[in-house]
Design a protein around this ligand. Structure first.
Ligand code: C2E
Ligand code: MG
Ligand code: MG
Ligand code: MG
Length: 287
């Protein structure tokens, strides 16, 4: 009996692995199709300047609505795209969409585009060429484009990737470090490259007010920002309490559901055109 059960367990296990493999192959194919059909979307989330109390930019965030499974998070399909060689196509697509979209916004509003470490390989030439081409094509002022990279690109091929960043910077593009504080080498590379912006990871922001350690860490980062002349952004701001801490600590820019969720282009345009839901920003700041 034990043997039979053992076998049954074994069969179940196999069936399970099979199902998972089949499902992930199907998902791969669906993602390839979505990329080929240009069926991915790009949503935009406001970046709010604390001192000016207004929207000074938007982050472009890729979206995939699967015909059967519905919305799938980029946190899930970007890593998949990286492993199956689709990330360059997706990266180019998002960059082009975002830059084109930004040309319809007020001129003081920047657009931030996330870059995958895979877009820097093998040497970043494709990336730099694409950025140059897209800026040319769309006519977007390079100073209005910000790229968001993660610390991980400086762990490997450091020299090559720093050279790529320098070439992007030379185009007039701004460079931000995303998810700051969650990587391995946070402080080291601040010596070797002068980034324009650090985005404090939302895991620190969300525990502001709940854990004193988080306030201390955020204080250290904003201190670093002001002495090095780097703009400090805080991501994932959801509550007035978090906002109050961030303002006290001298954070320059905030982003989060408190100010606006990522929305499709047709919904961000009226928000930017009217100066945004300014009353809501002011209310939030007053709290
Ligand atoms: P990220 O670049 O750090 O983007 C911020 C994420 O936080 C977004 O998730 C955004 O929707 C979410 N967020 C914003 N405000 C709040 C808030 O107040 N609370 C909470 N809980 N979350 C908030 P999203 O859109 O699911 O993207 C997840 C990650 O996927 C991004 O993290 C980025 O690493 C990656 N990603 C998204 N779009 C792209 C893209 O076009 N290219 C690449 N390479 N990666 C992308
Ligand atoms: Mg980002
Ligand atoms: Mg982030
Ligand atoms: Mg990220």
């Amino acid at each position: 009996r034990a043997k039979r059960e053992g076998r049954r367990t074994h069969r179940w296990f196999d069936a399970d692995v099979d199902t998972v493999i089949q499902a992930s192959r199907a998902l791969e194919q669906d993602l390839r199709a979505a990329v080929a059909d240009k069926a991915l979307g790009v949503h935009y989330q406001p970046l709010v300047d604390c001192a000016r109390d207004e929207i000074v930019g938007c982050e472009a965030l890729v979206r995939w609505r699967h015909p059967v499974h519905g919305f799938i998070s980029p946190a899930e399909f970007i890593p998949l795209a990286e492993t199956i060689g689709l990330i360059l196509d997706i990266g180019d697509y998002v960059l082009r969409e975002a830059c084109r979209e930004a040309t319809s916004w007020p001129e003081h509003v920047k657009v931030a585009v996330n870059l995958s470490p895979a877009q820097f390989h093998p040497n970043g030439n494709h990336l730099v060429d694409t950025v140059k081409m897209v800026l040319d094509e769309t006519g977007l002022d390079p100073a209005r484009l910000e790229v968001e990279i993660t610390e991980s690109i400086l762990l490997k091929d450091t020299e090559t990737n720093l050279a790529t960043l320098a070439r992007l910077r030379a185009l007039g593009v701004r460079i931000a470090v995303d998810d700051f504080g969650t990587g391995y080498s946070s402080l080291t590379y601040l010596r070797v490259f002068s980034f324009d912006k650090l985005k404090i990871d939302k895991s620190f922001v969300q525990e502001l007010g709940a854990r004193p350690e988080c306030r201390a860490i955020v204080a250290a980062i904003t201190g670093l920002g002001s002495s090095l002349g780097i703009t400090i952004n805080a991501e994932g701001v959801e509550t007035p309490v978090q906002l109050r801490h961030l303002r006290e600590l001298g954070c320059d820019e905030v982003q989060g559901f408190l100010f606006g969720r990522p929305v499709p282009p047709e919904r961000i345009r009226p928000i930017l055109a009217t100066g945004g839901p300014a009353f809501r920003l002011r209310e939030a700041f007053a709290a």
